[in-house]
Design a protein around this ligand. Structure first.
Ligand code: TTP
Ligand code: MG
Length: 420
């Protein structure tokens, strides 16, 4: 069996696209090593090494011990007791991310940033073919190495899905070109989890039908695949497994964040009032996400006291979300564990989310946890009532008891880091 051809000859078939995906290696950790070369070669973990902390990322040296992103810090500490821990400096990573995006925009105007450290670039019409894409990929990596003193991994393929898989194949410092001819050797042996849209639940369902690797999806009868995952998913998975993905590189997608903040006329001092203010912000941000059909991964909390001391803290969720509960939980944890007001009150409180992606696509949306699906359905129903009947039609009981919250009009919410 051979994969379908994308049409190599532009005079007869559709133009063969050349898509490049770039993902920085161990991004936050690599930036820290660049800033302090004494850290080079060490097991370095970026994250909060507290009871409830999680690992943001770690150097490849730490990965040798089994440490990875989103792992509870306590486990990472046990696996790699000699690691150096750093809390992370979001504003620095955002600045470096912008630097890299500028280099990418020199190569092509069609750059779609996906997160703080990865982007798609459409090279169609710039590179003649995939090998031309390889040459551009190599130059791009060299420029990032000399100008930003960092390494990136690059994938070049006829579509987004394959380019993203390719960039991950030889990390770190990789450069992989993945033409359709190479799929039987390079794509089909990979586990089904590598397909865009296959989370743990779908992987489990597929496994029950004996489908473990991507090649199994190509080989299995359509009927059996449909019986396992339903018709829509079966069609989607089959297309990806055969290397078909028509999604275009969307340069207008702005990497941005959604946030809200309030300044209080009188500083909030009671835990109950602060809790209620956090809930109100989480509700507001979640509702705006749903209005725009987005989900986001990184939650940002900003707290300022009366003497203008300001804290900003960020936390990456295991799954992107548009639900107030998930935002609130992350915000509460950051507030409790990573901010110490001593005896000062809260003058300003802001909550935001970045790492945005459309809710209708991507890993999180297709096959998710039924509890999340239900929570989202409830949230949408309440949005619909509010849109029809006005803001106050449905309000959580805790908000009804509010006193100080909303005393002053919202500030321009712009000072949270606009990540990715
Ligand atoms: P990734 O590109 O997923 O990871 P990475 O760049 O650290 O390592 P790799 O070489 O495997 O690409 O994420 C980019 C940055 O986003 C990462 O440096 C830190 C942050 N991040 C989190 O804060 N939490 C997370 O769970 C993940 C996955 C990433
Ligand atoms: Mg990366």
């Amino acid at each position: 069996m051979t994969p379908a051809r994308g049409g190599g000859d532009s005079s007869v078939g559709p133009l063969l696209r050349v898509i490049l995906h770039l993902d920085m290696d161990a991004f936050y950790a690599a930036v820290e090593v660049r800033e302090n070369p004494a850290l080079a070669g060490k097991a370095l973990i970026i994250g909060h090494n507290g009871r409830r902390g999680v690992v943001s990322t770690c150097s490849y040296e730490a990965r040798n011990y089994g440490v990875h992103s989103a792992m509870p810090s306590a486990i990472a500490q046990r696996l790699c007791p000699n690691a150096v821990w750093l809390p992370g400096r979001m504003s620095l990573y955002v600045a470096v991310s912008r630097e890299i995006q500028r280099v990418m925009r020199d190569v092509s105007p069609v750059v779609e940033p996906l997160s703080i450290d990865e982007a798609f670039i459409d090279l169609t019409g710039i590179a003649r073919d995939l090998e031309g894409g390889r040459a551009i990929g190599l130059r791009l990596k060299q420029r990032i190495r000399t100008e930003a003193r960092l390494t990136a991994s690059v994938g070049v393929a006829p579509n987004k899905f394959l380019a993203k898989v390719a960039s991950d194949m030889e990390k770190p410092d990789g450069l992989v070109v993945l033409p359709l001819e190479a799929l039987p050797d390079r794509l089909w042996p990979l586990p089904v989890r590598r397909l865009w849209g296959v989370g743990p639940r779908t992987a489990e369902r597929l496994e029950r039908g004996g489908i473990r690797i991507i090649g199994d999806i190509v080989r299995v009868e359509a009927k059996s695949l449909t019986a396992l995952v339903g018709e829509g998913s079966a069609t989607h998975l089959r297309a990806l497994a055969e290397g078909r993905d028509e999604r275009t590189v969307n340069a207008s997608r702005q990497a941005r964040s959604i946030s809200e903040e309030r300044t209080y006329g009188e500083d909030l001092t009671r835990a109950e009032d602060i809790g209620r203010a956090l809930l109100a912000r989480a509700e507001g941000v979640a509702r705006q996400l749903r209005r725009e059909g987005l989900i986001g991964r990184t939650v940002h909390l900003k707290v300022r006291t009366g003497d203008f001391t300001t804290w900003t803290r960020s936390h990456a969720l295991p799954q992107p979300t548009d639900l107030a509960e998930a935002l609130l939980e992350a915000a509460r944890e950051m507030y409790r564990d990573r901010i110490d007001l001593e005896d000062r009150g809260v003058r300003l409180l802001g909550l935001g989310v970045s790492g945005l992606q459309p809710a209708g696509t991507g890993q999180a949306s297709l096959f998710e946890d039924p509890a999340q699906v239900k929570a989202r359905r409830l949230a949408r129903a309440s949005d619909a009532v509010k849109n029809r009947m006005g803001e106050n039609a449905l309000t959580r009981a805790r908000l009804l008891r509010r006193k100080q919250d909303e005393q002053t009009p919202p500030e321009q919410a712009s000072s949270l880091p606009a990540v990715d």
